[in-house]
Design a protein around this ligand. Structure first.
Ligand code: PXP
Length: 247
């Protein structure tokens, strides 16, 4: 049985491997179709300004071929807004982006960027795209999402996944408190970044979280056991944690 926790599979790093050789293999769209079959409820792809992994053509092909919803991760820029409005994905997750970073290092400063973000949230929302803001588990940022009229927030789980011992407990509490606050504020709560087989259960057990977006670990793990197996195992760990929580 599937619980009310969706799994969004991020296929960016299939494109990272493809781009290492500059050809067409491995194809992230092929990975996305396999992920659908393996139990993904959605596909997530981040079209970065520098196109280091996902390309414009990947987005076109994902929109054509996916049976599950596409969550487009994007920076709040004119270029990305134009692309999102052209493709009309199910959801758009606004993320901070720095050229020199290896991955999305922290959450969006929605509270400090209300004026800059407002037109992007409004334009995406007006087009019927479900807008989510990728933020740190911080009440100021949650309140900013409400002010901006974004229906969804995604909590950055990176600090939790990298921490250990008492610091990990502290990071977990921040996430659990923020997920509760999101619900109280009427926001749908998603979470992701850095999740693995070892860290997913605790996060999946936070029952106010509705979706996890997971990429790098799943694609890396697929080298050893295949994508189907890595996604199925992640899905099973999520469902088990939810089942134990609701028992
Ligand atoms: N959610 C968001 C908003 C992200 O930017 C990323 C990384 O692209 C993820 C989830 C997935 O993180 P990871 O690849 O570490 O699982």
């Amino acid at each position: 049985m599937k619980y009310d926790l969706r799994l969004g599979v991020n296929i960016d790093h299939v494109a990272t491997i493809r781009n290492a050789r500059g050809g067409i293999h491995p194809d992230p769209v092929h990975a996305a179709k396999l992920a659908e079959t393996a139990g993904a409820d959605g596909i997530t792809a981040h079209l970065r300004e520098d196109r280091r992994h996902i390309s414009d053509d990947d987005i076109t092909r994902l929109m054509d071929r996916l049976a599950v919803p596409l969550n487009l991760e994007m920076a709040a820029t004119e270029e990305m807004l134009e692309i999102a409005l052209r493709h009309n994905p199910h959801a758009a997750c606004i993320v901070p982006e720095k050229r020199e970073e290896r991955t999305t290092e922290g959450g969006l400063d929605a509270a400090g960027g209300l004026k800059q973000l407002q037109p992007y949230v409004a334009a995406l929302g007006d087009a019927g795209i479900r807008v989510s803001l990728f933020i740190e588990p911080d009440i100021k940022q949650l309140e900013a999402a409400v002010t901006l009229g974004a229906p969804v927030i995604e909590l950055h789980t990176g600090a939790y996944c990298e921490a250990s011992g008492p610091d990990q407990e502290r990071q977990f509490k921040r996430l659990a408190d923020a997920a509760q606050a999101a619900q109280d504020l009427g926001l749908e709560c998603h979470a992701g970044h850095g999740l693995t087989f070892d860290t997913v259960a605790a996060i999946a057990a936070i029952d106010t979280i509705r979706e996890l977006n997971i990429g790098h670990f799943l694609i890396g793990e697929a080298i050893f056991g295949g994508l189907d197996s890595s996604i199925k195992r992640m899905r099973a760990l999520m469902d088990k944690a939810r089942a134990e929580r609701s028992a």
